[in-house]
Design a protein around this ligand. Structure first.
Ligand SMILES: Cc1ncc(COP(=O)(O)O)c(C=O)c1O
Length: 338
């Protein structure tokens, strides 16, 4: 039995086709995914609204999960609507007002040859209360370390997919950044330009223009990134999707991370550790505090996910079916791919 010390209020987990008590959701030690990292997953958040908890962009997350599964040639045993229903039921069973939700497909127990011919694909869905990923830094600002290891290149793997094994790079470099006394890592891509964080996209602001980089810069197509670009455009903030050079980041008026876990977190300091032979130089970004546009986007995003802005209700799937305008139906195919 495991004690759910860091998983507050998590009671039941959807595990291999049924709901299991959280401490009893075991996998076999010879499960294929444990050895080779061949799982695909999503990170999703549910937020409290006046009409009860609502999941932010649930259909889009499940579409990305299924895309990730196709990328590693998995045949999931559940379809889109079944997974959406299982996520909602997991939230209901656990009586969560807000949650981080982790659906994950993995090759389970069957064979250990590299080709998972006899290892069935299984699904788990965990949901628990999880506050800001970078704690109080989400408002104060994050110090970052540009790590020497480069991001996997888009020519090597489909970067739109969230593959378990790819996150080894994220965990190693999250630790490297912390060894250097920083809160979070930043990856350069193979071209030597700014790519993304271990679990976050990057935005900069210069002279009032909001900029993020394109998928050809070896980044994940973040759902929060797409949403923030839309919010910014709606608020009259000029946006630009273009490569971010190191000097663009250093000279930015503002910079921030975006992502499901981190939400919107200002980057206030960057140490360039990209050349391990040279001592890393530290620079302050802008005023060294959360900038105006970052604050506006963070607050608008928060209002949107908490159901306070009718124009963004389209992004919410209410856990209680009778609440709000439920949007889990397959209303939309394809997302923007800027
Ligand atoms: C590597 C990476 N980049 C960016 C993001 C942000 O993506 P999203 O906004 O969909 O959470 C994540 C988180 O899922 C990530 O793991």
């Amino acid at each position: 039995m495991y004690q759910p010390v860091h998983f507050r209020k998590a009671k039941k987990i959807w595990f291999m086709g049924r709901y299991v008590d959280w401490p009893r959701a075991f996998v076999h030690s010879m499960s294929h995914a444990l050895h080779y990292g061949n799982s695909v997953f999503e990170g999703i958040r549910a937020y409290p609204t006046a009409a009860g908890p609502a999941v932010f962009r649930l259909p889009e997350h499940i579409d990305r999960l299924l895309l990730s599964a196709r990328t590693i040639k998995m045949t999931p045993p559940y379809d889109r609507e079944q997974i959406i229903e299982a996520v909602l039921k997991t939230l209901r069973l656990n009586k969560l007002r807000s949650a981080y939700i982790r659906p994950l497909f993995f090759y389970s127990y069957g064979n250990l040859g590299l080709v998972p011919k006899f290892s069935p694909v299984e699904l788990l869905i965990g949901a628990w209360e999880w506050g800001a990923y970078l704690g109080d830094k989400t408002e104060k600002g994050v110090t970052t370390y540009i790590v020497p290891w480069r991001r996997i290149h888009y020519s090597q793997l489909d970067m739109r997919a969230k593959l378990g094994g790819m996150y080894v790079l994220s965990t190693i470099n999250g630790l490297v950044a912390r060894e250097h006394g920083c809160d979070e890592a930043i990856f350069l891509n193979l071209e030597g330009r700014v790519a993304e964080g271990p679990g976050e996209n990057i935005f900069i602001v210069k002279k009032g223009v909001l900029q993020t980089n394109a998928l050809t810069e070896s980044i994940l197509e973040g759902i929060n990134r797409t949403s923030l670009l839309e919010i910014a455009a709606d608020r009259g903030i000029p946006t630009r999707v273009a490569p971010i050079r190191l000097k663009d980041l250093f000279n930015a008026d503002e910079a921030f991370f975006s992502g499901t876990a981190v939400e919107v977190a200002p980057i206030v300091q960057v140490t360039d550790g990209s050349n391990p032979k040279k001592p890393g130089k530290t620079r302050t970004i802008g005023s060294g505090r959360r900038g105006e546009i970052t604050q506006l986007l963070a607050e608008t995003f928060r209002d949107a996910v908490c159901g306070k802005l009718p124009e963004y209700e389209k992004w919410l799937t209410y856990v209680d079916k009778k609440a709000g305008r439920r949007s889990a139906s397959p209303r939309r195919k394809g997302r923007s791919s800027t």
